[in-house]
Write a protein of this length. Sequence first.
Length: 676
Amino acid sequence: MTLQRYFVDDHVWEAEVEPTTPVFLSGKRIYAIATIGGATHPFGEWHLRGQMGGIWAHPLRVLDGWTLTLEAYGATTPLGHATQCDLFGAYIIRHFTVGDLALEWTEFAAEDQPHYYATLLTRNDGAAPVEAVVVLRAEADLRFCWFGGIAPAEPDFHILPDGVAWRAPGAYAGITAILSSSTPTEWNVAGRTAQARFPLALQPGEALALQWRLAVQHDDAPPPGNVLRAAVDTLSAKIALYRSIAGEIRLETPDGDLDRFWQVARQNMRMLIADYRPALAPYLLAGLPEYPQLFGCDTAYSVPGVVAGGFADIARSALEELGRYAWRACSRVPHEITTNGRVYHPGNIQETPQFTVACWDYVRWSGDLAFLERIYPVCVEGLEHFGTTLEGRGYPIGDGVVEVPGMGACKLDTVCYLYQALTSLREMALALGRPHDAIRFAGYAGALAARFERDWWIEQEGMYADSLHLDERQQFDGHWTVMLPVVTGIATPERAQRTLDRIMREWVSEWGMLHTRGADSRVWTLPTGLLALAAFRTGRADDGLRLLRCIGETARHGTLGTLKELIPQGLCFIQLWSAGLLVQGVTEGIFGLHPQAHRHELMVEPHLPATWRHTTLHGLRVGEHTLDLHIAREAITIRHLKGNAPLLVRYRVAPDQPWRDARLTPGSRALLAHED
């Protein structure tokens, strides 16, 4: 076993895990999926089986992995089972002890360049000199991403003065992988393996460091420069970046664990930012190791949390890229795009409405009306795919977010998201000064909601059907989507309460919401996070907090410091929507924030758990405004830290209080309290 230590704020989480446990070393242009212990391992079960790990500069995989071996004291010791691995988000350090030698193996990826680094620090803690040899073995690989459309290539190696390079012709032409070291030595190549030996002679108390860099070079790129200097500068810049991220938007609650889960979520968002131009505009990886692709629904679910978490630019870029693909497909939003820009899945039927909702989520948090002007025509045209439904005849036909055979042709989630998209389009139209469009979309939404209550409600179940057959026969399977009428607002208040009452009794385990009652007891972060939002919005703050904590706890299982896809762990070991929904649950759930940034307005209706007296969010961004919010049971305190215009705040401290307005000028502070 290997002891993991994950550093978050001033706390250290510890857990022992198998040395083959995955770890993610992230950069925008390159990343590695390696192991805690240091050995290589074949990650990937459903896509490129056994080859989703290693080092990727998407859309290319360039290295299966590298291993280090120490020859000392007359023995050969593979450095594949670290006694301890320290995780800092920006980098990791593995610790080994061989005789009197203490070894620290540091790995990290450059943030904005396709460069990946490793450093081995070797220290002699004994009383006698030690001679040793470090052996580096690197297994080269040249292959395109999953469904990249191009066969893997055999690497053509070239020995360089300070390392080794490999490339291939055809589709791989113009790209070279260069593995170099800071210490001159002789390199050898056999098949796809490059190897080098690095002799060390250490006096008592002496320490020596070896540095390596893998650089993925394009023909027009400048040479990467000195390895040692670049390694020091790159790691220093990355540490500074991650420290700044941690300090930007801070949460302080009576629940210290939740505060740290918040930091983990924001750090994970940063780790998942990808820039694979020219194949794709910058976007957010959906999950690893299996899903580095650009997804429609994964992005849509994550946008509110990503923007509230301080990453509005990458949310906009991802939505714009999905919008470009949708425009070419007559405004049908794709489900999945490979990392070299090919559409693998053109989109389930709910994907296009979800995209519309996500675009509005981005605008209401960011205030970006220029984006709205560009994307609005795509969202409006997307409605053409639902023409018969909007005319009052039937419902959309096809798979929704739950892709389970045997259901009826019309899915519950599709109808719910279509309703939410119509309400979002109404708001978009109003924001753009198009009242006739707003009236039309509001009419569609109202008519759909009325038909929905008549056709989908099952009185004896006290819930809505999961699907309808073409003969309008209802089918109830108990999938997690039974909560979506509540989340999207299409359910009437009375039926929303009845639905939630039963879900809380029968669908919720100690870890969160079951995928399918009675059939699939796995707990996913996605439905658990959505249920948390529904709980906060319907006055169940304690339930909402418990569900958010379930998502956060995944960061303390398996790989420390990453929010998983399943609870407590399973499938992808770092998952975008887990981070997005946790942040959204805090901002829109606990703090009850409903921004209209384009109007310089913020609605605040807190939902404090029963045992909390107060909570604070520092540095929150709402459009061009930066705020500190302190929520207490008797009052709300807001400091307007930054902005170019006054901010109108509509608030109420408790549900039994009337709504009141306050206007904050930049630099001001307001105490918003009960008024008897």
